[in-house]
Each structure stands twice: as C-alpha cells, then as structure tokens.
Design a protein around this ligand. Structure first.
Ligand code: CA
Ligand code: CA
Ligand code: CA
Length: 461
C-alpha cells in the first residue's frame, strides 16, 4: 500500500459516491513521496493516544483496554506501563483517553511524569454518573512501569457522547485538556441544552463546580489549580482557555508555542483551529465559518408548544424547534477556523453525497526540515470515517493553511491518532477497533483492515 499525494479541491465533492469528480492532481508540482506501510502491532483495545517518547518508544493509551503501553516501533514489542485503575468505560467515547508526557520525562530532572485523562464514575451506587479526570503517574525507568497515581483534577464533565479528552502540555508547562460538548442538542441528547457558549460563574469557580466546562479547552496548572494568567472571560477567570467547541479530539503545540485544535463538526465543517486565549470558537451558533452554509442552530430544548421530549429524533427539526441562523449571531471574540473539512454549499444533498466531515481525530504538526520533502510545517489530522490522514501545509508564521489539502496514507481503517518519528521519516497511526469508514473504492464499509493496530508509514523516496 503506497500513499501518494492527492490534492483535494476545496469543493464539496470528495468522490464519496459515484458522480463526484475524482481527486485532482497534486498542487504545487512537488514530487510524490512514496511510503511503505506495515503493521507494527495489533490486538490493542481501542488505542486512543499515541505519543513518541524520549525512550524511542510509542506510548499508547487504550481507551477500552484501560492500559498504558509502550511499543518498540522497530519490532512491535509491547510492554505494559500501567493498568489504569478506576476507569469507567461504557460507551463509544469514554474510558482511558488522552496522555501527555512531561517534557522532562527521563531527563534526570525529577519530573518523570506522565499525565492521562480518563472517565470515572462518581456514583457509588448502581447509577452511572461519569466524570472526566486527569491523573499523574511517575515513571520508573528500571521497571518500565508507572506508579504513584495522583489525581490532578476531577469532576470534569463527561457523558455518553462528545467527551473530548485530548491532553497536551504546553511550553508554559500547563496542562491543556479538551472537553467536548457532551452531545447536547444532538441525536439522543437533543433535549439537553448545549453548554459550549455557557461560561462558569464566579460562584461556580469558588466552589469548584466545573459543570459549565462542556465545549471548552481548559488550561490547568500542573497541580490542578487555575493559572493566574488564564483569560478573564466575561469577568470570570477559570480553567477555561477557549470556548464554543463541539468535540475537540485533536490538540497540538507548534514549535513556537502556537496551539492548534481539531474538532468534529456536525454533518459538515470539521474544524482545524488556531487556539487563542479567550477565543470563542462559535459552536453551537456557528459550524465552520459564519456563512449560513448548510448549518443553523436548532434549539431542540426550547421546542414549544410541543416539548422536546415528545419530538421524534431525526435530521430535520419540526416547526416547534426555534432555529437561529449563523449570521443572526455575532460575538467580538469569535475565531474562525483556519481550515474546515468540509464546508459545503447550500443545497448539498447529504443523503446522496454522504456526510461532509472527515470525523477528525488526533492532530499533530510535522516540523522536520529534512524529512519528507515538502512536508515541513504541515498539520496532520486523522480521519475516522475516511481512513486517511489529511495534511495541511501552514504559512511560515503558522497562522494560515496554504497550498492545499492532501490526503495521505489511505487504507480501510479508522485513524484515531498519530505520532511522527523525530527524524520525520515515519508516521505512526493508531486505529479504532470498530466503526464505519470508506474502502479503497470509497464505498462505506464496517470491515476494517487493521482494527486496534499501530501502522507505520515510512518514507521511501
Ligand atoms: Ca499523538
Ligand atoms: Ca468553530
Ligand atoms: Ca458555517
């Protein structure tokens, strides 16, 4: 399986079905790099985060397996660093989630710390009351295991949909953690109000009530407290760094400290965002750009006179549900995405053409100068529902996507997250164990080629 550059026209037609125009020739005229691919290891239970470690191992969380494992990318040898206690795992998005390695891990600096985000159950009885938390472990290099678990922050929102859960450490040595919108106003949770625009109050912050954190990216001190230099948003300083997010599952720092996120859109408009302190990323008032294209905010919880609970679930809101167009809303701190995947024109037929998202998973940035030609300074985002990694070259300042959008490493899998080898000559992708994607002919399938695996894509020439 060779990967090749396939530039995608930024139209809506992505060859999802017959009748679409095929992907166009490469943009920019660069030579097509050739990659070889192989399965490094399989048999993992829903791997969710993969990170290159200072020990030259791939550090991986298993969402369902509730383990942190280290894999030697050369031969696939796997060792278990921790069985993570107390993880609640019930549905498709909860369990053991993001992981971040302290930048001084294994540097002899007394900071051999590994942080993980996970779901747990606060209800001591039979009811389920999931919450997310961040825990720190200390790595013991001699035994290769993680010990001394320490809860950093608990009682973060969790639900049965849109949990977010990606974790990163910034050059400022703060923890950054994504919290999804908990699926509010969507699907089976359509009668729950969406809280992505709701901000915490002073009283909530004073009492440690984090229930207004859905749809936010948090910035957290290493001890769980609120950084003094977090943005003051509507007069309140909390862990909230940015808000108005749907389900961010990608989060990465560029070499100059800029932060990028990737998040699932509804039927269109997955987003790649540049994250700025105090920014409002628009959801659920806006999906993608503020352009009234194939999205308006249907407020199911406000249905009147028929209460929401009596309405059938379906793609089209009945007349009793108030609808707000994107352009009826504005906000001084609104930040538009630097890229959408994909914005479609009005009149787009989802039934005939398929959903216009890639179901964005993990995000990374390729910074190596002498790795794959033409790749330096590109964002890489994984797609769950297309079995590919989408590469976006950035401008020199890292502020804009320039020069197109490229589909890499296509296979019949769901790509959850990725890591780049420090020499830039290989990319490692982890795959979901189940779910839908597109096969080589771009037909929908649930038969995955390499479920629960680590795949290597190595640059050949
Ligand atoms: Ca990663
Ligand atoms: Ca947005
Ligand atoms: Ca829009």
């Amino acid at each position: 399986m060779n990967s090749r550059w396939t530039a995608l026209v930024l139209g809506f037609c992505l060859a999802v079905t017959a009748g679409c125009s095929p992907p166009e020739a490469p943009i920019g005229g660069a030579s097509d790099p050739v990659f070889s691919s192989r399965v490094v290891v399989d048999g993992l239970a829903s791997p969710w985060e993969v990170t290159w470690g200072p020990d030259d191992r791939l550090w991986i969380t298993e969402r369902v397996g509730r383990r942190i494992v280290r894999v030697d990318p050369a031969d696939g040898a796997l060792s278990v660093a921790a069985e993570v206690d107390g993880v609640y795992q019930a549905v498709g998005q909860d369990g053991l989630l993001g992981m971040a390695l302290h930048p001084e891990l294994l540097q002899g600096a007394g900071a051999d710390y590994v942080y993980v985000g996970y779901t747990y159950d606060v209800d001591p009885g039979p009811a389920d009351a999931p919450r997310n938390a961040i825990r720190r472990y200390t790595f013991d290099a001699d035994s290769g295991t993680l010990a001394e678990p320490l809860e950093i922050i608990t009682a973060l929102p969790a639900h049965d949909d849109h949990l977010g859960g990606r974790l990163a450490i910034g050059p400022d040595l703060k923890l950054y953690f994504t919290v999804g919108d908990q699926g509010g106003n969507w699907g089976r949770n359509r009668c729950n109000p969406n809280l992505a625009q709701v901000l915490p109050t002073l009283e909530q912050v004073a009492t440690g009530d984090w229930s207004a954190y859905p749809g936010k990216i948090l910035r957290i001190n290493m001890d769980g407290s609120i950084p003094e230099d977090n943005p003051l948003i509507d007069g309140v300083r909390s862990h909230v760094f940015t808000y108005g997010h749907r389900n961010p599952q990608g989060l990465v720092f560029g070499p100059d400290g800029q932060i990028y996120s990737a998040e699932h859109g509804p039927l269109t408009d997955d987003e790649v965002n540049r994250i700025e302190a105090g920014g409002n990323y628009g959801w659920p008032q806006v999906a993608g750009y503020l352009d009234d294209r194939m999205y308006a905010y249907e407020r199911w919880a406000l249905s009147d006179p028929v209460p929401c609970g009596e309405l059938p679930q379906g793609p089209n809101a009945p007349d009793s549900v108030p609808v707000e167009t994107e352009t009826s809303w504005s906000h001084p701190d609104f930040v538009r995405p630097i890229q959408t995947l994909f914005t479609v024109p009005n009149g787009y037929d989802f039934e005939a053409m398929g959903g216009a998202t890639i179901a964005a998973g993990g995000l990374d940035i390729y910074t190596v100068a002498d790795g794959v030609p033409g790749w330096e300074n590109s964002l890489l985002v994984t797609s769950l529902n297309r079995g590919a990694v989408y590469r976006m070259p950035l401008d020199a300042r890292g502020r804009l996507v320039v020069g197109g959008l490229f589909e890499e490493f296509k296979s019949t899998n769901r790509y959850r997250d990725l890591a780049v080898r420090p020499d830039g000559r290989a990319v490692y992708v982890i795959t979901d164990n189940a779910g839908g994607t597109l096969d080589a002919s771009r037909n929908a399938t649930r038969e995955l080629e390499n479920p629960g695996a680590v795949l290597e894509f190595a640059y050949v020439e």
